[in-house]
Design a binder for this molecule. Structure first.
Ligand code: BTN
Length: 238
């Protein structure tokens, strides 16, 4: 009778993404998929400077120079995670809420958010976000913003550098199930598009309510890093 393909391979190609992606208003209408790229954020910043449309998205199977916050690197080996950046007007928190929604939709577990943008599952870091802005020198006007999100999907413990093994995790490690990364990336694009459309129509309440609900930082003692000041404070609200 021939063969039946029980499952599709976990490939992050444009074809696999488009197959799963519903109609979106802005985010993901322009899509750049890479087997390997230095950093999806750096790539989007390059094309944003040349006039890429609002909502343009870059997705990569591997980043050779993945970047994190405060100048740190972000471990981005091939075949394991989803590394995705989009050119969009702010806001940073919107990315975290969209990532929680996308993970819940595709994997059935809802991570929590650690201020500002880390997704945490069972106490370990699942995802990081790097938001970068470009301002016009003269007027200080915002030219564009790039939100880059990296989600650890099918990583085993050995895939993480030894110094990260106690603090990082993946969806596979927490749920025991392999993730179809194209399905997660498509869900992420759709959730970003939904929240972005709401934001453009003046509705900031939706994602802030979701952010507050998922945020594990509120009510806790945290370290405030502000210019040269380091201080212990309690996070009350955002
Ligand atoms: C952090 O945890 O410090 C932020 C990590 C952000 C990583 C993502 S992966 C996609 C995008 N491209 C990058 O080079 N960085 C972001």
């Amino acid at each position: 009778l021939g063969y039946r393909l029980a499952d599709s391979p976990d490939v992050l190609s444009e074809r696999e993404l488009r197959r799963r992606l519903g109609e979106t208003k802005t985010v993901g209408r322009t899509l750049h998929c890479f087997e390997s790229v230095d950093s999806t954020n750096s790539y989007l910043k390059r094309i944003a400077a040349e006039g890429a449309p609002d909502g343009a998205v870059a997705v990569a199977d591997e980043q050779t120079a993945g970047r994190g916050r405060r100048g740190r690197s972000f471990s981005s080996g091939p075949g394991r995670g989803v590394y995705l950046s989009e050119k969009i007007l702010p806001l940073t928190a919107l990315g975290a809420v969209a990532a929680c929604d996308a993970v819940e939709r595709t994997c059935g577990v809802r991570p929590q958010i650690k201020w500002t943008n880390d997704l945490v599952l069972n106490g370990k870091k699942l995802s990081g976000t790097l938001t970068e802005l470009s301002l016009e020198g003269e007027s200080g006007a915002l030219q564009y913003a790039v939100i880059g999100i990296g989600v650890n999907c099918n990583n085993t413990l050995e895939d993480f550098p030894p110094e990260l093994r106690d603090v990082a995790t993946s969806l596979y490690l927490e749920t025991g199930k392999r993730v179809q990364r194209a399905a997660l990336a498509a869900a992420l694009i759709e959730e970003l598009d939904k929240l972005y459309a709401a934001l453009q129509s003046g509705d900031t309440a939706s994602y802030l309510t979701a952010y507050r609900r998922d945020c594990l930082t509120l009510g806790r003692e945290v370290q405030l890093l502000w210019q040269n000041v380091k201080e212990k404070v309690t996070a009350l609200d955002l």
